[in-house]
Write a protein of this length. Structure first.
Length: 175
């Protein structure tokens, strides 16, 4: 009798979880991944705090005629002007960046035509009290869109004394 009660409790929870996952894709409708050629990427903000803590926010906009989805983490690499990765330049995925109050696990983000989603990087530039050799500085960043495969190179001079951390793609605009 006990296993039957357990299953009766578990079945509705399972059904709700499946419905919740499908509803992120438009109520059961499968939304294709955003094609990299239909997306634009731009830097939309940055923040500098004491101790060399830095963040940069980027926006991805769907310029295609139909809705599409983004899911996961972008690839992000700090490079020299010739495109070579610098030391500690390959970003690591983070569900919660330093300074954030909550965990943001990757979830599919559906974008209608003209809508955007965003992601954030975190790094430390050493701050005023940094002792030792100067930290490596990039001339550019190489960003790979998840699912779409497109790689975009932006001119970004980032001096990072640690491995860069990156958030997953998030809906809407940064807080």
């Amino acid at each position: 009798m006990r296993p039957l009660k357990f299953l009766l409790v578990l079945l509705p929870v399972f059904a709700i979880s499946i419905y919740g996952q499908n509803s992120r894709h438009g109520g059961g409708e499968q939304v294709p991944a955003c094609a990299g050629s239909k997306l634009t990427l731009r830097r939309i903000g940055d923040d500098a705090a004491m101790g060399g803590n830095r963040t940069i926010d980027y926006d991805l906009v769907n310029n295609g005629p139909a809705k599409c989805s983004l899911d996961g983490y972008p690839g992000y690499v700090l490079t020299t002007s010739s495109g070579k990765a610098i030391a500690r330049g390959k970003a690591i995925n983070a569900e919660q960046l330093p300074g954030e109050d909550q965990i943001h696990r990757p979830e599919p983000v559906v974008l209608r035509s003209g809508e955007g989603a965003w992601f954030r990087i975190y790094f430390n530039s050493g701050g005023a009290g940094h002792v030792g050799k100067p930290c490596p500085q990039s001339s550019k960043v190489r960003i790979t869109i998840p699912g779409g495969g497109k790689t975009i190179v932006l001119n970004e001079q980032i001096q990072s004394c640690m491995t860069v951390q990156i958030s997953s793609i998030r809906p809407g605009k940064p807080e």
